[in-house]
Every structure is written in C-alpha cells, then in structure tokens.
Design a protein around this ligand. Structure first.
Ligand code: ADQ
Length: 465
C-alpha cells in the first residue's frame, strides 16, 4: 500500500489499534478505546494524518497500513527492548521518579541506552513520514528524547510534546543521571504541554538549571535562540461517548442489576484504577476498613467495589502491589464479609466501556485517591456519567483533576486516613439537594472542557508558535 507523506503526525509509544486475529480469516485492526485517538481522529482525517507507534507485540513490524482516518506506521521493539526501554526505563525509572518516588526508581545504564536507541527509532520513523513543514505531536514520558532528535533530522517541522503524567519538582528530578539529556530532548519541541501549571513551572526551572537555556514567562529560550513554550493543557474525556452510553437502556438496566447483585446496600463506594501503586488503592481500603471496624458504617449499609485493571505485570513493584492489595481485600472480607456478601468486591479485570459506565452509574460515592496522578480520567468519567446529577466524588488533591474539580468534589489528602474517613462519611451522608448542587458544579467543569477542546487548544497553540 502506498503511504504518502503526512502533514500531521502523532508519535506515541502505542499505536491506537489492536490486532484482531480471527481463527479463520485475515488479521485486521480495531481502534483501541481511548480519548486521545477519538480526539485526534477528526484532525487525522482532515490533514491526511499518520500515527507512529508500537503494536504492543514483540518484533512486530507490519508494513505501514491505513484505516479510514489515518496511516499507521509500526515501530518494532525486540523482547530485550521491551524489557529495557519499556518495562525498565519507562516504567521502573521514569514512572516512579515522576510520581513522587512512591516506589524507588531504578537507574541502570543499559536501560538508558535502550531508551535512547528506541527514541531514535521512533524519531526516524516520524521524520520519514512527515511532509515538509508538518506538525508532529509527540506523546508522553516514553518518548521524551524524540523532539530533539526529530529537530536535528528535520528542522522544518513544527513539534509539540504532551506529558500525560506529572513533571516532578527539582528535588526529585535531580536524581536522574540523565536529567540534562531528558530536558534537552524536550527542548527540541516548539511547545511542551503538561497537565498542571505546576508541572510546566518545574520544567522551566529545571531547564534553566541543567541546560544552557534561559527561563522566561511560561517559556524557555534555548542556547541557539529558539523559544520553547511550556504550558498546561489539562486533558479530558470524550463526554459524548459517555453520554451516549448512559442513555442506552441496556446500560441503565445493567446498572440497576449491579446494585442488586451487590445486595442493594445504602451506599456503593467505587474505585476504578489500573492496578498501580500511584493510585492509592491501599489507602482507600484502609479507610473503609477502619470505618467498618469502628462501626461508622455496617457491611449491610456500605460495600466497596474495586475494579483493578491488570497493569505492567512483569514489573516487580506491580507484582508486590498486587499481593499487598489482595491480602488486604482478603483480610477485610474475612473480617466483615458473610456468605454471599463480601465487604469489598474486588475485580482484577479489564471491562468494556458499557460495563464501566454501568458501574459508574451504580456508584453512590466514587473514590479517587491517587498519591500522585497526572490528571485521572476516571474522576471525569464519573462526573460525565452522572447525567442524573446523583452521586458524590471523593478526590485526591494530588490528582491533576483536583485543579478543576475542587468546587464540587470532596478533596482529600489520601495519606491522612482520618481525613479520608471523614470525607467518605460526608459523601455517604450527603443530602440530595447538596449532592445535586455539587454534581452541577462538577459537570460544568467537565462538560466545558472535553477532549476535543483539549486537542484543539493544544494544536492551535502549536500552530501559532
Ligand atoms: P492512567 O494512569 O491509565 O492514565 P486514568 O487517567 O485514570 O489513568 O485513565 C485510565 C483509563 O482507563 C480511563 O479511561 C478508565 O476508564 C480506563 N479503565 C480503567 N480501568 C479499566 C478497566 N478495568 N477496564 C477498562 N477500562 C478501564 C495516564 C495518567 C493519567 C492521565 C491519563 C491521560 O496516569 O494521570 O489522566 O494518562 O492523560
């Protein structure tokens, strides 16, 4: 198939499609769920766009192919590169370092070498497909070196970068043996986007400290005189997708069934997270445990449903976390559960969007308690799902979403277990009028800035550079 040059190129660790291999018949590709691809699809369509990324399988290099919306360019990774670049440097060095060192980051030179090599491969693939003067939009912490490599290869391009996770303060970032190279990598972009204002400030300060660049107001000037904008663009969700699902009678019926299947308690508390140590799952379980132990609520009155999506299962810290959480859930159910009625319904599984939205609709209190989180889309999805203006949101102040949702949510410091218990109780005891009032405030914020608006803001800013 002839894949031409593109005037709009997205570069991300993963391609936005999953391979479907039926037993009889040819392989095909299905668009993966996710707001980012939904937001970018219209831009892709109108600009003849291409997406550069990994398929998710080792040594997988299908020839470039097209869907209705875009050309897809696969970047292959070997088993060793998956271990060193992806599981290693991305998820056991950068991820914990950028999330407040909740788990100790590991610094290994072979991991760094693989990260550098793989970033170069992604940059070359993007350089090959980008038309003269094209816009290239690079995503996230796995690819922080791509902007600068790309700039060297193709000075004609307009390059944007968006970091989906936090950017840490200097006290933590300084640990990184390759801090200068990472900063220089990002400075190859014309626009570097972050979830929160504070992250952009961290970046500007660190660029001045560790590179030859000069800090300015929401921008950095590099040694060779280029201006790099650093701004916050709080990401959001595809509100219309959730609204459509909520209005589906099957989803409504499923939501009612979920309530009765967990014993029709007065309060359903819900957590939905990737099983990740940043999400504060243990903290929220502990708070609920203490509420039950102190008889603030009884197991008849309140149950917790915790969906924990399997994640990064080959990384050691994630294996330990799973053991810890499952021990904690087992103990709680042993202590407070009865036959057919556990205190915590723990689901280690991935779900279809319709099932997820049914759960969101069934929950009286959505409990989002990360110790650190770039944004947290689940909090916004909950708000979008509550077209009935019901439910309450307990939200960590350490999630990016807290910047926008502080008015209607019960904000908590998840490390403060007593505070968390008070917030859970307050959310459970909320009277209907105040609940409606709070949900209205939350919905104003979420509906006013959805993922399409986010993409538009970022790309408009980039074009205007
Ligand atoms: P994540 O850390 O993955 O994202 P989050 O923002 O909550 O966290 O997004 C998770 C997404 O996966 C949500 O859309 C959620 O509905 C979905 N999901 C969760 N559990 C699921 C399950 N069991 N089955 C199916 N789907 C499930 C990173 C950053 C965040 C940032 C996003 C986007 O860590 O801080 O908000 O990127 O920038």
């Amino acid at each position: 198939m002839d894949i031409g040059k593109s005037s709009f190129v997205v570069v991300a660790n993963r391609l936005p499609v999953d391979r479907v291999t039926p037993r009889d018949g040819p392989t095909s590709w299905r668009r993966s769920p996710g707001g980012l691809v939904t937001a970018l699809a219209p831009v892709m369509r109108s600009f003849d766009g291409a997406w550069v990324g990994w398929t998710g399988s080792r040594d997988d290099a299908p020839a470039p192919f097209s869907t209705d919306e875009m050309d897809l360019i696969a970047v292959p990774l070997s088993a060793e590169e998956i271990a060193l670049y992806y599981e290693g440097f991305s998820n056991a060095t950068l991820w914990p370092l950028y999330h407040d060192v909740i788990v100790a980051p590991e610094y290994h030179r072979e991991w760094w070498e693989a990260y550098r090599r793989v970033n170069e491969r992604f940059a070359r693939a993007a350089a090959d497909v980008a038309d003269h003067g094209a816009i290239v939009f690079v995503q996230d912490y796995q690819l922080q070196l791509v902007p600068n490599i790309l700039r060297q290869l193709r000075p004609d391009l307009k390059i944007g970068f968006f970091l989906h996770i936090p950017f840490p303060p200097g006290e933590l970032f300084a640990q990184l043996p390759w801090r200068r190279q990472i900063l220089e990598g990002l400075l190859g972009a014309d626009l570097v986007g972050f979830q929160r204002e504070g992250a952009a400030d961290n970046f500007i300060g660190l660029a001045e400290r560790y590179t030859d660049a000069t800090a300015g107001d929401r921008q950095v000037v590099t040694a060779d005189g280029r201006t790099v904008l650093a701004r916050s663009f709080p990401i959001s969700i595809d509100v219309s997708e959730i609204t459509q699902l909520v209005s589906d009678p099957d989803v409504q019926a499923r939501s009612d069934r979920i309530r009765s299947e967990v014993g029709s308690p007065k309060h359903i508390l819900l957590g939905v997270d990737r099983l990740d140590y940043t999400k504060g799952i243990g903290h929220r379980l502990k708070a609920f445990d203490e509420l039950l132990a102190g008889a603030d609520v009884t197991p008849d009155e309140a149950v917790m449903v915790q969906v924990a999506t399997p994640s990064r299962e080959r990384v050691e810290a994630y294996q330990t976390l799973r053991d810890d959480i499952e021990l904690q859930v087992g103990r709680m159910n042993g202590e407070y559960g009865t036959i057919g009625q556990p205190a915590v319904h723990y689901l280690h599984s991935s779900y279809e969007r319709a099932e997820l939205v049914s759960l969101l609709r069934a929950a009286d209190v959505m409990v989002v308690t990360p110790l650190r989180d770039g944004m947290n889309l689940v909090a916004k999805e909950y708000v979008a799902a509550r077209t009935d203006l019901g439910g309450a949101l307990v939200l960590s102040e350490f999630a990016g979403a807290a910047d926008e949702l502080s008015d209607g949510a019960f904000l908590v410091n998840p490390h403060d277990i007593d505070g968390l218990k008070r917030a859970l109780l307050a959310a459970m005891r909320l009277d209907a009028a105040e609940a409606t009032q709070r949900m209205k405030l939350l919905r104003e914020r979420v509906l006013g800035n959805d993922i399409t608006r986010w993409a538009q803001n970022f790309l408009d800013t980039l074009r205007a550079v």
